[in-house]
Design a protein around this ligand. Structure first.
Ligand code: ZN
Ligand code: ZN
Length: 358
């Protein structure tokens, strides 16, 4: 028994509170969440009593065998067939995801439906449900996290003075795929020396050298689910300033993790990490938010950021990843994937948070 019918039922139940007769789902992650479809051309229409799935003939066999909705295999653009269903059902309004629908698709939809059906831009209906993970989803994220950490550990052993950032990134990607991942969850970040001060550095041909910091931010995509981890290494013996920078960020990360609990506002977790860095006069060097949810996408709800009043719920999976970046010197970020529980959180990432000395 899959979870898809239950998930679609939850969307159907949410329609009334948004005063919607139906919702057209365009986000590919949400389509996967609601149907299991992993192809590149799908559309889902949910009404209180029905679920329709639209795709093109390339996916006909797969869809007819595995998708438990009314499947429409369309020769025309999917949106035209979806519009025809909406018209047949004489729906007076239709919600659509303005974040995800292309303008061109919207134009076609608008034209096909005419004045009889009002189009309501709505966002976040499916995303809100996706933020709280089921037991099955948590198991998949756990597996993704383990594959990610395994790839990290295997790669660490191969790093030498003179290895290029891009070769380390390639090795990390290779190792995660050999361990079963479909692909990296995002472009693997490897930065060394002063380049660690760039929070989202792309790996380059720069070699990692004695006396340099090394930042690795990586995530695996396994069975559709993402993981995310950042760890730091140092080639040689770090000086006092490096050590204290590392210790301050680690202290902030631990404070963030300690603040996580169901019922706590996401902004409170962010503030806990930020407060520690402020005490170390590093708050100006912390230029991003503390974390984000992850699941079918590497970045999804909730946002663990300044002033976020949304409360964390048990079953959410989030990252805690404060950092401090000092131009010319370097940057430090430490990131775990954690599961929110009623009493606090479980850190899913098994990798040690000690600064790795190479
Ligand atoms: Zn990351
Ligand atoms: Zn992250």
């Amino acid at each position: 028994m899959t979870e898809f019918p239950q998930r679609r039922q939850r969307v159907a139940s949410a329609l009334a509170s948004h005063k919607l007769e139906a919702l057209l789902v365009s986000s590919s992650a949400s389509i996967r969440y609601l149907t299991g479809y992993v192809g590149s051309n799908g559309l889902v229409l949910i009404t209180p009593a029905e679920a329709h799935f639209f795709t093109d003939p390339r996916y006909a066999t797969e869809a007819q065998q595995s998708i438990d909705c009314t499947v429409h295999v369309c020769k025309k653009p999917l949106i035209e067939e979806a519009s025809a269903v909406v018209k047949r059902k004489r729906l007076k309004n239709l919600g659509f995801e303005s974040t995800w629908m292309q303008v061109d698709t919207y134009d076609r939809l608008h034209k096909a439906l005419g004045a009889g059906c009002k189009l309501d831009p709505v966002n976040g209906i499916v995303e809100e449900l996706r933020a709280v993970k089921s037991t099955e989803e948590i198991a998949k994220i756990r597996a993704s996290v383990l594959v990610n950490s395994l790839a990290f550990e295997k790669t660490l052993r191969r790093i030498k003075r003179g290895t290029r950032e891009m070769d380390i990134a390639a090795e990390l990607d290779f190792q995660m795929r050999m361990a079963g991942a479909e692909k990296p969850a995002f472009e693997t970040i490897v930065a060394s020396g002063p380049r660690t001060a760039l929070p989202h550095a792309h790996p380059t041909s720069k070699q990692v050298l004695e006396g340099e910091l090394l930042l690795i931010d990586m995530g695996a995509m396994l069975d559709g689910y993402a993981s995310d981890m950042t760890r730091m290494a140092f080639l040689g013996k770090p000086n006092k300033r490096m050590q204290s920078l590392y210790k301050a960020v680690l202290e902030a990360q631990l404070a963030g993790v300690a603040a996580v609990k169901a019922g706590v506002a996401a902004g409170t977790v962010d503030a806990a990490a930020r407060e520690v860095l402020k005490r170390h006069e590093l708050d100006q060097a912390f230029v991003h938010s503390t974390g984000h949810g992850l699941g079918l996408e590497i970045h999804e709800g909730p946002r663990v950021a300044k002033k976020q009043t949304d409360k964390l719920k048990a079953g959410m999976v989030i990252t805690i990843e404060p950092g401090a970046y000092i131009e010319g010197l370097g940057g430090v970020r430490i990131e775990d994937t954690v599961l929110v529980t009623e009493t606090g959180c479980e850190i899913l990432t098994p990798t040690s948070k000690d600064l790795v000395l190479l």
